[in-house]
Design a protein around this ligand. Structure first.
Ligand code: SOE
Length: 388
């Protein structure tokens, strides 16, 4: 009989829903080593009773400190704005809880280092949910690179574009407030883009950056200033200055000699979740775009010239990572399935007492690059990552 682990979810927004769904599905599609019970939902935004009823939580709480200390909680799942990640993760680790935390890891490099140290010292499993690593096509790209199919890596080109805050009437939610988000699109989407670069080709060594804020002030959100959902506008005339980036363009040198770029923006009209990368090597190249998430474009430079050309691999075969758990070939999975893939790996890590990646140490390394990008933009020069 499989042991059941009790989950405490903190935060009932977009990520609270995506994580709750993943806990409910993981045992249905994978032979996971543990059963999972949605024990308690903690939050102050949604009508928690409705959320609990909808997703099947046993209890509702408004006190995260009390919940993370409970003996009957095994996993603490953090889906809150960024400024709450470190205090919650550190407290949960101190109480011996395994921790799942949404990206970005924390507000700055030092805070993320403290999260990693607390989790490592407590000996708990800590997972940072950069879910795009567990898109089958992305995990397969990693496999091809590790098999040497691309040879020596020369270039990384990462782009992550959205357009949901281009309306000047969109209120200054937590996503647009430095003290709550750590940064703008640099932290929101840039953290994903840097994670993919680290995952697929290695550690950045230096960065040169230009950031810009296009809408300098926005209306404050509704009466519930703690609101962290997207798009709630009060219609109030009161305006507030925006203190985060709307776009960030980075040029990077990597420790392995590769040179690349990452550009992120939430002002790219028509791009809804345009998470895209290209990798160029001595023996071949790859291109991926999340808006066509089952497809991976591969160029094999070792073929005879007449046969060369980009071809599209449809990553839905059961030999492609994670696909074995889902549908027959030709039936693609979606965004939410990447969270289920991750939570299966997380439960396996808990069972084996092993690490899962990315974890909070990865999160610290990601935020170190983003902090370096902020410094480069401020100083107008190249910044070595080790300067942070
Ligand atoms: C940004 O709007 C966002 O919700 C990110 O925060 C998520 O990490 C990404 O998966 C989808 O877009």
């Amino acid at each position: 009989m499989k042991k059941t682990l009790n989950v405490a979810m903190i935060g009932g927004g977009f990520m609270g829903k995506a994580h709750s769904n993943a806990w409910l599905r993981v045992n249905e599609f994978f032979d996971a080593p543990f059963k999972v019970n949605l024990k308690v939902i903690v939050g102050d935004r949604t009508r928690q009773e409705d959320f609990a009823r909808n997703w099947g939580y046993d209890e509702v709480s408004y006190d995260w400190r009390e919940v993370v200390a409970r003996d009957d909680i095994d996993i603490v799942n953090i889906g809150t704005p960024t400024y709450l990640h470190a205090p919650m993760a550190i407290e949960a680790a101190k109480h011996g809880k395994h921790v799942v935390c949404e990206k970005p890891c924390g507000m700055n490099y030092a805070e993320c280092e403290a999260m990693a140290k607390a989790a490592e010292e407590a000996g708990v499993v800590h997972y940072l949910n950069h879910n795009y690593r567990r898109v089958p096509a992305v995990a397969y790209a990693k496999q091809l690179i590790e098999e040497g199919k691309l040879g020596t890596i020369y270039h990384w080109r990462g782009t992550y574009l959205q357009d949901w805050i281009m309306d000047p009437e969109f209120p200054k939610t937590w996503h647009l407030t430095e003290a709550k988000a750590g940064g703008g699109v640099l932290f929101d989407l840039g953290s994903h883009a840097v994670d993919l670069a680290r995952f697929l080709i290695g550690e950045p060594k230096s960065v040169v950056s230009v950031h810009e804020t296009f809408i300098k002030e926005r209306p404050l959100p509704g009466a519930n200033a703690a609101t962290f959902s997207k798009g709630e506008s009060s219609g109030q005339a009161e305006m507030a200055p925006v203190d985060v980036d709307d776009c960030a363009f980075m040029t990077l040198e990597f420790e392995n000699g590769a040179v690349g770029s990452i550009d992120v923006s939430r002002f790219a009209c028509g791009r809804k979740n345009f998470n895209d990368f290209e990798v160029y090597g001595s023996k071949g190249a790859l291109k991926f775009n999340f808006e066509r998430m089952s497809e991976l474009q591969y160029f094999d430079f070792t073929l005879p010239l007449a046969e060369q050309g980009y071809r599209t691999i449809l990553c839905t075969e059961n030999v492609h990572p994670y696909q074995f758990a889902w549908w027959p070939c030709g039936h693609p999975i979606g965004y939410e399935h990447t969270f289920v893939n991750a939570f299966y790996d997380f439960l396996c890590a808990v069972d084996k007492g092993a690490d899962i990646y990315p974890n909070f140490r990865d999160g610290a390394n990601i935020i170190r690059v983003l902090d370096a990008s902020k410094l480069s933009n401020k100083l107008g020069r190249k910044v070595q990552i080790e300067e942070i």
